[in-house]
Design a protein around this ligand. Structure first.
Ligand code: PLP
Length: 395
């Protein structure tokens, strides 16, 4: 009899969003007349920008005409898309060769697929609280996962210590769920650590577009990252492609381990396991990285940032401690009066009909914290912030 992948037995139930939707559905069934205000979503609410929409229409028309029709696209990406991404890096002074850019259908897919490059015996290190895919994809691949705890004591930005054992390191900055962003110096610390040990960093930059000021958008802004880091990026939060699906991954040609070149290995992987990403979507991606496209996506990001500000102002007035929000779409607040995160979830739903995400769902050390998202509708966010402020002040 065939043996299934036994590693799936080691997966913990992923109950966070399931439990939230079940509890919200039950509440709505009991209170059909009460509106609910959603600050729990990690999905965007604003439509694709005009430049992307025009490019999508034009690409569909291309497919209707024998003269412009495109069949399979190159597995690693249309050269114009790879160059557009390299140009996006160049704007921040980071040199990336277009052949180091690989198109993808999103960061989630890549976070799992990329593990093909590494032997399953190399343990992963995940900073926790964490986006659940890091742990689950590693467990499915039979990889041991070690954790490094993020908390108020390190501003949710843990650094490796003398005793930290790591071979494959997941870093997410700006972080989901905490909204924390590593500085250049901190990333330099991780890069030096990884180079010294021969480890590889998987740097999840899904939220880089929210970074402001003198903080790094990319790990390649740090010296030596090209010999130890892979960067996984997505147009989901940058440009509203959550339902459209497009991303990119950067694997420097200088990244080698044990005489094997990871860029060349990924070319081999992609040319074997994919037949490219839709021509139509890549055309939309190219449009995002034009001057016009970048200006338009900036407007959406600023609108989400405005939501974050409304929420942060309310928390400030209520005297609640929080992290994130400034360079990330998420605000990570301490639950009031030392409450547990699911108890605070229940309280918010029952008393003010505002839905957030209990921190415990991102790992045990998320207990006592709560994630608020700025991706919602501005008016809903305003009402939710008002209600939260009152609730928190009255406690
Ligand atoms: N990485 C992080 C940290 C995320 O929060 C998300 C989505 O919420 C993803 C990756 C997945 O992005 P994508 O839509 O590109 O699969």
């Amino acid at each position: 009899m065939l043996t299934p992948n036994e590693n799936y037995r080691n997966l913990k139930d992923s109950y966070l969003f399931f439990r939230i939707s079940k509890q919200v559905a039950a509440y709505r069934a009991e209170h059909p007349d009460l509106p609910v205000y959603r600050l729990g979503i990690g999905d965007v609410s604003r439509p694709l920008c005009a430049a992307a929409i025009q490019a999508l229409h034009a690409a569909v028309d291309d497919q209707a005409d024998a003269k412009t029709f495109r069949g399979y696209t190159p597995e690693c990406g249309i050269p114009e898309f790879r160059s557009a991404v390299a140009g996006y890096y160049a704007r921040r002074g980071v040199t990336v060769d277009p052949e180091e850019v690989f198109v993808s259908s999103g960061a989630s897919d890549e976070l799992g697929d990329i593990l093909d490059l590494f032997d399953a015996s190399s343990p992963a290190l995940v900073t926790q609280p964490a986006y659940p895919a890091y742990v689950d994809a590693s467990v499915m691949a039979g990889r041991k996962v070690n954790f490094l705890t993020a908390g108020p004591e390190n501003d949710f930005l843990p650094m490796p210590g003398k005793d930290t054992e790591a071979e494959l390191i997941y870093l997410c900055s700006p972080n989901n769920p905490t909204g924390a962003v590593y500085s250049h110096e901190q990333l330099q610390g991780w890069v030096d650590y990884a180079n010294a040990r021969g480890a590889v960093i998987l740097f999840d930059a899904a939220y880089e577009a929210f970074v402001e000021g003198d903080l790094p958008h990319s790990i390649y802004e740090v010296k030596g990252a090209e010999t130890c880091a892979i960067e996984i990026c997505s147009l989901s939060k940058t440009a509203g492609f959550t339902g459209t699906r497009l991303g990119y991954t950067v694997i420097p040609k200088a990244l080698e381990r044990d005489g094997m070149n990871l860029n060349a290995m990924w070319v081999r992987n992609r040319t074997t396991k994919t037949n490219g990403i839709s021509y139509i979507l890549q055309k939309a991606g190219i449009a995002v990285f034009t001057e016009e496209g970048l200006k338009q996506i900036r407007e959406s990001i600023l609108a989400y940032k405005q939501n974050a500000k409304v929420l942060m102002d309310a928390l400030d007035r209520a005297g609640i401690r929080y992290w994130g929000g400034k360079n990330a779409p998420y605000i990570w607040m301490a639950c009031p009066k030392g409450m547990k995160s699911w108890d605070f979830f229940d309280l918010m739903l029952e008393k003010i009909q505002v839905i957030g995400t209990p921190g415990e769902g991102f790992g045990a050390c998320g207990e006592g914290f709560f994630r608020l998202s700025s991706f919602g509708d501005p008016e809903d966010t305003r009402i939710a912030a008002e209600r939260m402020e009152k609730l928190l002040k009255d406690m």
